[in-house]
Ligand binder design. Structure first.
Ligand code: ATP
Ligand code: MG
Length: 422
């Protein structure tokens, strides 16, 4: 029996990996322009990093982690996200000792045990940036600008940027109290998860997807009436910077990250056209996280985006990630040991000269080789025939413009270098 890949995972075949590489190149270019440097952390970490760093009350930690004991009896977890690891690495490698802010990016596979569906996988890929060491509102705006610029370059349509402030440990307790007072009379009508959230995490009730919780939540008090002066001023400045950069946004007072170490700015980018899994990017400020992981107080802001969801968004519109996979030269030869060796030598010489070349490795007919040259969209075909070979030449056929010339075998590489298709 053939073994299948695990549920919720994908094989990315050559027809799509080219697009992934283009997206990755685009992301790396943006990072270079915005001054973010790559960090690569382990795919697995000690489980405690995530229970502390993502939060033991979150869905990720309660239901979605791939956790196992290794042979040494340690509890290990496949990373469900990369922010906690980036913070750990920042502390462990004493990056706080470098000039601040420290600007890092990552990309790679993440693992969550979720119900697989369109846009939701168990192994998926995230790209994200983290900016450590500044409280400045311009940092929040820069991070949002980065994400916005990426989707602009990808020409993704129907984008919506939603921003909010979730306050800080000074002002949030009062808001929590107000929310609990508001939801208490409706407690028995809330969904089971929200009844659970009521004590620990009432802010999360606001972004519950259940229609009943949403309807009840509509009348809830707004955080804007509870923000302390510092948070309120910070939020206003983030908005000013976004306006200065001409970025359209909407305020969404119900978009929350309910954990104590999330502070001030929260944002999300959605693409309306991709259905239920419309969130393509989420981020915000987490001034309390580094402390939660044992470091000194270190303000930080960042985002993570789902790379698969970029492709879902692009699938519904024409995109610029189409890959030109044509080759430059296809070498054809008659079935003759000497000719085949000359053809083989030319393939090596062309590749050494940086020219992409393909050659029939077996004994396919002349006609089949000609067909292969067409199928691979070769710009030139070099044909080693018996008669030409006797004269020390081979025919070079221009597959784009037509026409054929005989070129001395010793000069083929130079000729093809000089006649590369643009
Ligand atoms: P969702 O509400 O869709 O579950 P999330 O709040 O769990 O998202 P984050 O943890 O903020 O998402 O991750 C950032 C981004 O990673 C999301 O906006 C989404 O694009 C992507 N993402 C999250 N989980 C998955 C998954 N299981 N499969 C594919 N992409 C995902
Ligand atoms: Mg999720």
């Amino acid at each position: 029996m053939v073994i299948s890949r695990p549920r919720g995972t994908n094989d990315f075949l050559p027809d799509v990996t080219g697009k992934w590489q283009k997206l990755e190149t685009m992301l790396r270019e943006l990072c270079q322009q915005y001054g973010y440097k790559e960090i690569r952390t382990p795919i697995f970490e000690e489980t405690e990093l995530f229970s502390r760093g993502v939060g033991s009350t979150t869905d990720i930690v309660q239901k979605e982690m791939y956790t196992f004991n290794d042979h040494g009896g340690r509890s290990i977890t496949l990373r469900p996200e990369n922010t906690a690891s980036a913070c750990r690495a920042y502390l462990e490698n004493k990056l706080y000792g470098q000039v601040q802010p420290v600007k890092l990016y990552y990309m790679g596979p993440m693992f969550r045990y979720e119900k697989p569906q369109a846009g939701r996988f168990r192994q998926f890929h995230q790209f994200g940036i983290e900016l450590f060491g500044t409280e400045a509102p311009a940092a929040d705006a820069e991070v949002i600008c980065f994400a916005w610029e990426l989707y602009r370059r990808l020409k993704i349509k129907n984008l919506q940027l939603k921003i909010n402030s979730v306050g800080c440990p000074q002002c949030r307790p009062r808001y929590k109290q107000a929310l609990q007072d508001f939801f208490r009379p409706h407690l028995d009508k809330l969904c089971a998860s929200c009844q659970d959230r009521f004590e620990r995490n009432p802010l999360r009730i606001l972004d519950c997807k259940s229609p009943i919780c949403q309807e009840i939540g509509n009348g809830a008090p707004l955080i804007y009436d509870f923000l302390c002066e510092e948070c309120s001023e910070h939020f206003a400045q983030v908005q000013d910077f976004l306006r200065a950069a001409n970025i359209d946004f909407e305020l969404d007072p119900h978009m929350v990250r309910g954990l104590d170490y999330y502070t001030k700015t929260a944002f999300e980018i959605q693409v309306a056209s991709i259905g239920a899994q419309s969130a393509v990017c989420g981020g915000g400020r987490y001034d309390g996280l580094i402390e939660e992981l044992g470091g000194d107080h270190t303000p930080a802001v960042g985002f993570a985006l789902g790379m698969e969801r970029i492709f879902s968004a692009l699938a519904s519109q024409e995109d610029d990630l189409t890959v030109d996979d044509s080759i430059e030269v296809y070498i054809i030869s008659a079935k003759n040991k000497q000719l085949k060796e000359a053809a083989f030598a030319l393939a090596s010489a062309l590749r050494s000269a940086g020219i992409s070349a393909e050659i029939e490795l077996g004994d396919k007919s002349f006609k089949a080789q000609m067909k292969a040259a067409d199928r691979l969209h070769a710009a030139h075909a070099v044909i080693f025939g018996e008669d030409e070979f006797a004269k020390g030449t081979a025919a070079v056929k221009d597959m784009i413009n037509g026409g054929q010339v005989d070129i001395p075998i010793a000069e083929l590489t130079v000729y093809l270098q000089a006649h590369r298709a643009q």
